[in-house]
Design a protein around this ligand. Sequence first.
Ligand code: AP5
Length: 229
Amino acid sequence: MTAMPDRIGAPAVLILLGPPGAGKGTQARKLEQDFGLVQLSTGDLLRAAVAAGTAAGLQAKAVMEAGGLVSDEIVLAILKDRMAAPDTGRGVILDGFPRTAGQAGALDALLAGSGQRVTAAISMEVEDAPMIARVAGRYTCASCGEGYHDEFRQPAKAGVCDRCGGTAFRRRSDDNAETAGARLAAYHAQTAPLIAYYEGRGLLHRVDAMRGIDEVAQALSGIVSRVSG
Ligand code: AP5
């Protein structure tokens, strides 16, 4: 792996907002590599809790499989633990958090406790219908988590991860058309209102995320350079 350039002046707290398939995880991993930020995905943290069989994971499992939102209480407990780790001092990209008004308020309070605030919220704007295809075609490297897609992003060498050379890949159990539909509905009902919340505070940036992965990455990189410079 190449050395990470440290282009961030002060620790940044960046939020990626967008429905399932918008490319939050894909782009968060790029920003992590390019800016030395740490990607915090509540989806990944919850899946780890499910795999570990913790009490929180057991409660979250059925909700995630149905495409609903896990309770704020569980998500906040998991996020607070992760935010307390020393590596987050480099700045974080919140991927999939906050997702409700309650989570947004709790994040503000958590950051205020350490003299921080949200640096920017970036809304990844997409149309609903193509998101089902994006989610249904997705798979990741089982070793490093690098994301791929049957049609839109395949490894340079078939069956070998570009990032770590791993040869095992996996698909998420909630990546099917029916559950993706429920996840989209949850996004519109509970998460999309946060766009107005951050816009009202002058923190919102919008990116057309229907473009190709590299073009979206370029747009995001420009925003992150501006807000964190
Ligand atoms: P989570 O893991 O956060 O899933 P999600 O929000 O549904 O988002 P996805 O991971 O599906 O999509 P993404 O935007 O990251 O897209 P990706 O980059 O992979 O959450 C899962 C579940 O956990 C939730 O349903 C909920 O139950 C629970 N949960 C998590 N956080 C929670 C919270 N805060 N509160 C309550 N519950 C919570 O891209 C998708 C595919 O498209 C990839 O294959 C990629 O290669 C491809 N792709 C990406 N960009 C492009 C592009 N520009 N063009 C073409 N293809 C592209």
